[in-house]
Write a protein that binds this ligand. Structure first.
Ligand code: AMP
Length: 469
C-alpha cells in the first residue's frame, strides 16, 4: 500500500491572459527556486487544450531547451517548484498534476500539506478510486472529479470542504485559472498584474522579476476565479482565525519578498536587533551564516554596536550532489558550501548568527571551522526560538526525535556544537520583532501548539505520512 506523503516546501506561480504565459511562468519559477529544488513543471492552456512539461531538477535545467516553450502554447499557465524527501521524489510526483475527466482537463499546483490526506485517500480507494501518485494533492483532484456540481468554483469548494491542513492552490482549466488560500492562510500567496494579465505567486519576488505590479495578498480562505469575464473573489469556507506560518519569515521566504503584510528582510533584521537586546555578549565581530543569517546579523550588529563582517564565504554554485574524495576530508559537506576568511577571524571573539538549529550538524561544523581559522572565542546566536517540534503544514523538518532541541537543554546543545556560548531568541521577542500585533501566527515548530489538528492514524500510516526515508 502506498501511503500519502506530505507535500513539502513548494512554490507556485500562475499567469492568465498573456501571450508569453509559459515563458513568464518559467521566470516566475526561477524567482521561487528557493522554495523547492527537487523538481518543477509548467502546464499551459491554449483555450482548447492543456499542455505540460515537467521533470526532476532545477528550473534552469528542466527548461534549458528553448524549444520546450513551443510545446507550451497559450495565454495562461501555472507552474510549480517542489522540494520533498528523497524517497518520494519520483517523476510521477512532479507537479502540476494534470488530469482529463468527464468535464475536460484540469491541472493543479499545490503548496502546503493536507493533514487528513490518508483518511480521505483510504475512503476514496474503498470506493474504487485508483491513485497514480503518493501526493496529497491528488486527493483534491479525485474529490473534484467526483463532485456533481456544475461550476468549477462549486466543485473546488465542495472538494476543499473535506480537506484540512495547509494549501495554496492554483487550478488551470482550458478557460479559467483559480487561486485558493486555505482558511488558516498558513502559506503566502499574492496577486499581481502585468498589463491586462493577472499573476498569482507564492511570493512577491516572482512578480518583481516579470515586472508585474503587486496588487494584494490573497486572503486566508479566499478563492479567486480568473477568466475572460475578469477576476472574481469568493469566501466559501467556514471562517477561522488565520494562522500564517512564522517560519516563512525566519527562514523560508526570500528576504526581498513581501509576505503577510511585511517585507521579509526588514523582519529578519528586527529579529537580529531583538536578539541583541536579549543576548548581550562581549565580542569583537558579528558574522552571519550566509545567506539566511545575513539580515539578522546586520540587525544584531547595528543594535549592539559590534562590527559586522563577512567572516564566512559561501560558494553559490554547488549542485545537489558532489563527489567526495576517497581520503576523508573533515567536515567536507560544509566546507564545500562555506569557507572562513582567516584575516577577519584570527584572534577575534566572534559572534556567529544563523536562523535555526535543526539537527545541530551545521552549527557544530561551522563553530569548528571558525575556531580552526583562529578565533579566540565563538558565540553562536540563533535568530529564533529552539525548533522543538516538527511542522505538519509544509515546512520540511525532521521527526521530533531528530530535532536536537526537543531532547537537549541549551547548554547540552552548546556543548555539542562546541561553542563558548549559545543563545536563542525568546518566543515573545520573536513575536515582537515580527510585529505580530493581533496576528495569531502559527508557531507550532517552537511551541508544539498546532492550529489545525491532525488525525491520529495507524502507526504504519503515520510512518508514511510523517517520517522521512
Ligand atoms: P542542522 O544542521 O540540521 O542543524 O540544520 C541547520 C541549518 O538548516 C541552518 O543553517 C538553517 O538555516 C537551515 N534550515 C533550517 N530550516 C530548514 C528547512 N526547513 N529546510 C532546509 N534548511 C533549513
Amino acid at each position: 500500500m502506498n501511503f500519502v506523503r506530505p507535500e513539502e516546501e513548494c512554490g507556485i506561480f500562475g499567469i492568465y491572459n498573456h501571450p508569453e504565459a509559459s515563458n513568464l511562468t518559467y521566470l516566475g519559477l526561477y524567482a521561487l527556486q528557493h522554495r523547492g529544488q527537487e523538481s518543477c513543471g509548467i502546464v499551459s492552456s491554449d483555450g482548447m487544450d492543456l499542455h505540460t512539461h515537467k521533470s526532476m531538477g532545477l528550473v534552469a535545467d528542466v527548461f534549458e531547451d528553448e524549444e520546450i516553450f513551443h510545446t507550451l502554447p497559450g495565454n495562461s499557465a501555472i507552474g510549480h517548484v517542489r522540494y520533498s524527501t528523497t524517497g518520494s521524489s519520483v517523476l510521477k510526483n512532479v507537479q502540476p498534476i494534470m488530469v482529463d475527466y468527464s468535464r475536460g482537463s484540469i491541472a493543479v499546483a499545490h503548496n502546503g500539506n493536507i493533514v487528513n490526506a490518508q483518511i480521505i485517500k483510504d475512503e476514496l480507494e474503498a470506493w474504487g478510486s485508483i491513485f497514480q501518485t503518493t501526493m496529497d494533492t491528488e486527493i483534491i483532484v479525485h474529490l473534484l472529479a467526483m463532485s456533481k456540481a456544475n461550476a468549477l468554483l462549486d466543485r473546488i469548494t465542495e472538494a476543499l470542504a473535506r480537506v484540512e491542513g495547509a494549501y495554496c492552490l492554483l487550478f488551470l482549466t482550458e478557460t479559467q485559472m483559480v487561486a485558493v488560500r486555505d482558511p488558516n492562510g498558513f502559506r503566502p500567496l499574492c496577486l499581481g498584474k502585468r498589463g491586462d494579465a493577472y499573476v498569482v505567486a507564492s511570493e512577491s519576488c516572482a512578480l518583481d522579476l516579470i515586472e508585474a505590479k503587486f496588487v494584494r495578498e490573497i486572503e486566508p480562505g479566499e478563492v479567486v476565479v480568473i477568466d475572460k469575464e475578469g477576476i472574481n473573489s469568493f469566501f466559501p469556507f467556514k471562517k477561522v482565525i488565520p494562522t500564517p506560518c512564522i517560519f516563512e519569515f525566519i527562514y523560508f521566504a526570500r528576504p526581498d519578498s513581501y509576505i503577510f503584510g511585511k517585507n521579509v528582510y526588514m523582519v529578519r533584521k528586527e529579529l537580529g536587533r531583538q536578539l541583541a537586546r536579549e543576548n548581550k555578549i562581549d565580542a569583537d565581530i558579528v558574522i552571519p551564516v550566509p545567506d539566511s543569517g545575513v539580515p539578522a546579523a546586520l540587525g544584531y550588529a547595528q543594535e549592539s554596536g559590534i562590527r559586522f563582517e563577512f567572516g564566512l564565504m559561501r560558494n553559490h554554485y554547488i549542485g545537489r550532489t558532489f563527489i567526495e574524495p576517497q581520503q576523508a576530508i573533515r567536515h567536507f559537506g560544509v566546507k564545500i558550501k562555506l569557507n572562513p576568511v582567516q584575516d577577519i577571524i584570527k584572534g577575534k571573539r566572534v559572534i556567529v548568527i544563523d536562523d535555526s538549529i535543526v539537527r545541530g550538524t551545521t552549527s557544530r561544523k561551522i563553530v569548528k571551522m571558525i575556531r580552526s581559522a583562529g578565533a579566540a572565542e565563538v558565540h553562536t546566536l540563533i535568530s529564533a526560538p529552539p525548533t522543538d517540534y516538527p511542522c505538519y503544514y509544509g515546512i520540511d523538518t525532521p521527526t521530533r526525535k531528530e530535532l536536537i532541541s526537543s531532547s537537549h537543554t541549551v547548554d547540552e546543545i552548546r556543548k555539542y556544537i562546541t561553542a563558548d556560548s549559545l543563545g536563542y531568541l525568546s518566543v515573545d521577542g520573536m513575536l515582537q520583532a515580527v510585529g505580530a500585533g493581533n496576528t495569531n501566527f502559527c508557531k507550532a515548530c517552537f511551541s508544539g501548539s498546532y492550529p489545525v489538528e491532525f488525525p491520529i492514524l495507524s502507526p504504519e500510516a503515520q510512518l508514511g505520512i510523517f517520517n522521512k526515508e
